[in-house]
Each structure stands twice: as structure tokens, then as C-alpha cells.
Ligand binder design. Sequence first.
Ligand code: HEC
Length: 554
Amino acid sequence: MKICFVVRYALLAGFAGGAGFLATQLLAQDAHFHNAPAASAEQNNPFAGQMAGASAGAKLYAANCAGCHGENGQGTGNVPSLREGPTQTVPEGEVFWFITSGSIKNGMPPWNSLSEEDRWRIVSYVRTLKNSASTSTPVAGEKYVPVKTNAPPPAAPFTDFRFEEPGKVRKISTDTLPEPYATDTSNNGPKLVARPDGAWPKTLPGFQVQLFASGLDNPRLLRTAPNGDIFLAESSSGKIRVFRGMTPDGKPKVSAIFASGLNRPYGIAFYPPGDSPKWVYVGDTDAIVRLPYKKGDLQASGPAEPLADLPHGRGHWTRDIQFSADGTKLFVAVGSASNFDDPDTTPEEKNRADILEFNPDGTGMQIYAYGIRNAGGGLAINPHTHELWCSVNERDGLGDNLVPDYITHVAEGGFYGWPWWYIGGHQDPRHAGKHLELKEKALVPDVLLQPHNASLQLTFYEGAQFPAEYQGDIFASEHGSWNRAVRAGYEVIRVPMHHTGRASGEYEDFVTGFALDNGHVWGRPVGITVAPDGSLLVSDDGSNSIWRIVYTGN
Ligand code: HEC
């Protein structure tokens, strides 16, 4: 279905400017992959249908591409997945063209140094990823050579995986940010290995980490239903799973598939608010859909009903969703298509890098807040203040310690800088001189995190298990960096709220130990929610499992 987006937010219409606005709208409809020239679509792959081409391509891919796009093209941090999305659907000639040209400003190198044949072999290989298993299951006990780093310890407030430690409090303030390009930009994606014997997530004394579920298929966002069932998005295979109950040793009693056949589902929300929701809303990558639901259902009683199209295509694909506390508005986070393309001149960025707002029936789209590069990984409603909060992936390519990711409450109509400004009035040098009138408008987020952390889902702790000091605090999953010389993230953090409903700018390492060395990791936190017994559940799409953090007091 097609829905006409009416942008009522006057400012945004102002950016695009009168007649040009219509023109860009039209352009958006038949744009080629990364603006590939029309002729590129006509070029045929000389290795079409030949297994040998794809297998040679696999080796070239491993050597040249896997560091950023991941072993299996699953994407990492802010680098797009190649196994899903436009790379799998546009003409092969356009993919070939883009690999050849690259996009240096967005962090994708040109590959014209490889022979034309090799580039086609890579295209052949990349197209085989579509139907292969979504993540290679690393082989247990497989030997690997640790990647050492001699980098000096990072200067506070910045840190990296070597110095992450449960309980360590950190605070990044705007006056501690380095200049752009203070260090080179890095290509340091992780190689995933099986969890080595004896490796286990670490947390604070008094807490314990248990394995809740394993063998999952790309587990992503987690959300607790009003009746205590735990919903999980298994995004790459299009499923929503539901867990019920807990055995004495902390495993789910029931695991069932609630819905399947969805298009990269991520966000999950229950509507209407209260104890008896009638629908489960899902943020697919390209639409908001809802499934009929009544308390206790382990399987949706009907098909997904599409309510509204969402901007989609390349780039950030996750769409977290949340209802306002009174249930009158549905918030949907749609991340940018690119690292920092200018929305004034890039039709694909229309209504992206925004938090959108809809009526619960999918009508009435408006922009709630903008200039937010990607909040698609996590939205939450603060149970005390009823404000919307988000967890944001900021941009790459400006050096190791820029730009901090962040967690913040979201001001209605608020502008958070992307792509012209960052963290308040710091101008992105790649947009020097543009939109000076927005400098004063650009808001400083509440809590700055380590740059390139890839901060994903966040949740407010309202459980009855952790000590009283944790009441109302935020916990968030940090998926981990690729654009940093020494990796950071790969942890769960706590944002203390000091019982005030507001953040002080500090955050604390809470669960660490997923990164092994500067080349290898075995786990990557994504989703996070509070179980009915007050334990914290964390999904991990590195080891395809869910971890449970319990407070034992000893
Ligand atoms: C230094 C990291 C890096 C390396 C190495 C790299 N890429 Fe990329 N690639 C990126 C980034 C970042 C983007 C997003 C660019 C953009 O949005 O314009 C991207 C985008 C792409 C896209 C477009 C995907 C989409 O959905 O829009 C394709 C296709 C692609 N890369 C293929 C490759 C291939 C094939 C290789 C190896 C020959 C490779 N890349 C190596 C970082 C990298």
C-alpha cells in the first residue's frame, strides 16, 4: 500500500523550499541505487549462474569487505547489511557500479583497485547471501589469533573495551570533545567467534549473569507484554517470538512463534495501554503493521494488518516504536539512509533521521523530532515523567572520539543536529557554512556515550528485584563499534536517574566481557527488557542468545 506523506512540520517544508520540494519528491520515486547512472542497470554480470564466480567472490569479500560489512554481510554498527535491503533487489549492474565508485564521504571505499572481473565475482557472492543462514555460527573451540593492540590507554572521558569495568562511572561533557579528524577514521569491525570456554559476561558483585535462551535466530529487540510474556524480534527471518514463564533455573517455560512473514521486524508495542491490549504493533523496516492479540495469546489470531508505509531503502533499517503514555500517539524512529548526506539535496533522506508520530490507526503522520541520525534501535517512555526517550547512533568518519552516541529525552519539535551540527552547536566540517540559523536550535542530548558505541535498545528499570537505588534507572545495550581504532561498546550500561526521572549526564558500565581482543568478539548486546520477576533480559545477536541478570545480593 502507498500512503502520501504530508509533512505538516513547517520548518521541514522550509528546508526543502517551495517548488524544489515537489521536484525532489518525484525524483525519489525513480532514483537508482545510490544514484547509479541509468546505463549501469543494463550491464550484465559475466559470472551470472556460475558457482565458480561466487566462490572466488567469497574470498575477495572476506579479504576486502568483511571487516566493515561483517563476515556474512550482516552489517555491523552503522555499516549496512548486504544480505538484505536494496543490495539484494536492485539490478546487479547498479551494485557493481556502487562497489566501483564507493562513497568516500559516507565511509564506503571505492574498489576500482580490484579488477573488473573481481568486482563482478564479489557481486555474484554478495547475491548468494540472501538465502544463506543469517549469521555464521562460529565453530566452538576454533583457534584464532588474537589481535593485539599497543594503543596507549585512552584519555578520560573516552575509553575502550580494555578498560570497561562494571561499576565504572563515566561522564562525557561537551567541553571534552576533540576536534574533528584529531585521529584517522578506522575500519575495525569485529570478527565473531564462538564464546570461548570460560568466557561469560561480567557484572557487579551481588549480581549474576545467567543464560536464559540460546540457539535463537538473530535475536534483536525485546519487549515485555502487560501479562509478563517476553516478546522478541528475530529480525532477519521475519519472526516475532514469545517466551512465557521461568523455570527454577531461569529458563523460559514456553517459547513460541507469535508471528512470521514480517519484513525485518524490530519495534514491538502493545495497544491500547493497560492490561488488555487488543493489538501487537510491529515496526517492520518499511511499514507499521499490527496483529490481533488478546492477553495470553502465544500466536497472533490473524494476519498482520498494514497501517502505514515508512520511508525505507538503504541505511539504517530498524524501526523501534512506542505509544505515548495516554495511548493517543504512536512514535516511530526512522534512522538516516546515510552517514551524513544532506537532506536538502538527498531525496532518500526525506522523513528519515527523525522520530515520526502517527495516530494509532496509522494516519496523521507528523515529524515529532528531527536531526536524530538513528534512534531506530531504541525508544522508551519514562514511566515517571511520561516523556519519550531514545538511544541514538551518531555519525562516523570524524575520528575515534567523535561523535558521541547518546541517550536523551526527546523534546517535541526538537532538532538534534544531524547532519549539519552535532552535540549542540558543533558544525560538521563536511557541511561547513550550511544552516547557520540552526546552530542555536541544535539541542545537547542528556547523556553522551562513547563515540561509535552503536547504542541500541534502552529500558527503564521498574522491577522489584534490584536494590532501591536502581529504581527508575535506564539500562541500555551497546552493540559495539567498527569506526574506532580500539573497539568500544559491547556492553550493557546503566544510566543513573537518582530517583529524579532525569539523567545527570553520567553512565556506568554494567555488564561487560563480550569483546575478546581488538579483532574478536563473541557477543553483541541488542535488546533489553525487565522480566516480571525484576531480572534484566539482554538479547545478543553475536552468540544468538538471551542473557539474564539477576540480583542475588551475595
Ligand atoms: C571501511 C568500511 C567499508 C568497507 C571495507 C566496505 N564497505 Fe561497503 N559500505 C560501507 C559503508 C559505511 C556504507 C554505507 C555508505 C552509504 O550509505 O552511502 C557501505 C555501503 C555499501 C553498499 C550499499 C549498501 C546499501 O544498502 O546501500 C554496498 C553494496 C557495499 N557497501 C559493498 C561493499 C563491498 C562489496 C565491499 C568490499 C569490496 C565493501 N562494501 C567494503 C563501508 C565499507
